[in-house]
Design a protein around this ligand. Structure first.
Ligand SMILES: Nc1nc2c(ncn2[C@@H]2O[C@H](COP(=O)(O)OP(=O)(O)OP(=O)(O)O)[C@@H](O)[C@H]2O)c(=O)[nH]1
Length: 248
C-alpha cells in the first residue's frame, strides 16, 4: 500500500461552554455551514459534529462537542471535558447573567479537567455573542475579563456572521501550531529512523542529537497539545536511541 494513504489525518477536540441560549449552537452552525455533519444526541444533551479545516495548509479534523448550557445537563456534560484542546466560552451581550456566569464555567472546566497544566494548555476563545442586539455588557468589560485570564476575546454575531470565522481560525491556530503539525506528519510518514530524524545515512552522534533536540522542543508532550504529539515524540525518542547505537 502507498504510504501516503496510510497517513491518519490530525484530529482536534473542541468544546463549547456558556449559559443556555447564549448562541453556542448557532455560532458553530454558522461556521460549519454545509460541511457540518450534525447529530443531535438529545438524551445526553450534547450535539456532536465533525468538520475539516485547513490550518496553514494542513488538513485537520475538528471534533466539536456542543454542550447544552442548562444546569440540568451538568451530569451529562461533565464527561465531555476530557482531552479537550480548545474551548469557546460564550456569553450573550444582551444578557448580563450570562456574562456573570463565565467564572462558573471556567470553574467547571477546571474541576472536570482536573490537572491545572492540562487546563493551561487548552486554547480558549471568549465570544461576546449577539452583538447585533441591544447590549447590556460593554465590549470593554468583556475584553477585560478575557485579557486578565489570558484568553482571546471576540465579538461575534451568529446572526450576521460577524467575527465567527475569525474566532474559530484563531482558536484552531492556538491548538495546533503549523510547525508541530508538520513535524508530526513527517515523523508518522517516515519509513526509516534516518528519515524520522531527517539525517543522512551514517550521520554522526552530534548530528543525530542536534536533529533530535530540534524536534523534541516542538513535540515534547509537556509543551505540545497538538494531536498525535505524544505518539510522535515516542517515535522520535526510539529513532534517536537506535541511531545513537549505530554511531558507537
Ligand atoms: N439576535 C441574535 N440571536 C442569536 C444569535 N445567536 C443565537 N441567537 C438566538 O439565540 C437562541 C439560542 O441559540 P442557541 O445557539 O440554540 O443557544 P445555545 O447556547 O446553543 O443554547 P443551549 O443549547 O441551550 O445551551 C436562538 O433563538 C438563536 O436564534 C445572535 O448572534 N444574534
Amino acid at each position: 500500500m502507498e504510504m501516503g494513504k496510510m497517513k491518519k489525518s490530525l484530529r482536534i477536540k473542541i468544546i463549547s461552554m456558556g449559559n443556555a441560549e447564549v448562541g453556542k449552537s448557532c455560532i458553530i452552525k454558522r461556521y460549519c455551514e454545509k460541511r457540518f455533519v450534525h447529530k443531535y444526541l438529545a438524551t445526553i444533551g450534547i450535539d456532536y459534529g465533525v468538520t475539516k479545516v485547513n490550518i496553514r495548509d494542513k488538513e485537520v479534523k475538528v471534533n466539536i462537542f456542543d454542550m447544552a448550557g442548562h444546569p440540568i445537563f451538568y451530569e451529562v456534560r461533565n464527561e465531555f471535558y476530557k482531552d479537550t484542546q480548545g474551548a469557546i466560552i460564550v456569553f450573550d451581550v444582551s444578557d448580563r447573567n450570562s456574562f456573570e456566569a463565565l467564572d462558573s464555567w471556567l470553574l467547571e472546566l477546571q474541576n472536570e479537567v482536573g490537572n491545572q497544566s492540562e487546563v493551561d494548555n487548552i486554547a480558549v476563545c471568549v465570544c461576546a455573542n449577539k452583538t447585533d442586539k441591544k447590549r447590556v455588557v460593554d465590549e470593554s468589560e468583556g475584553r477585560i475579563w478575557a485579557d486578565t485570564r489570558g484568553y482571546h476575546y471576540f465579538e461575534t454575531s451568529a446572526q450576521t456572521g460577524e467575527g465567527v470565522t475569525e474566532m474559530f481560525q484563531n482558536l484552531f491556530e492556538g491548538v495546533v501550531s503549523a510547525d508541530q503539525v508538520e513535524a508530526i506528519q513527517k515523523l508518522k510518514a517516515a519509513r526509516s529512523d534516518y528519515e524520522r530524524l531527517g539525517v543522512q545515512l551514517g550521520a554522526s552522534k552530534d548530528e543525530v542529537n542536534k536533529a533530535y533536540r530540534k524536534l523534541a522542543v516542538l513535540l515534547h508532550p509537556d509543551k505540545s497539545v497538538a494531536p498525535g504529539s505524544e505518539e510522535a515524540f515516542k517515535l522520535l525518542v526510539a529513532a534517536r536511541t537506535t541511531l545513537l547505537k549505530k554511531c558507537s
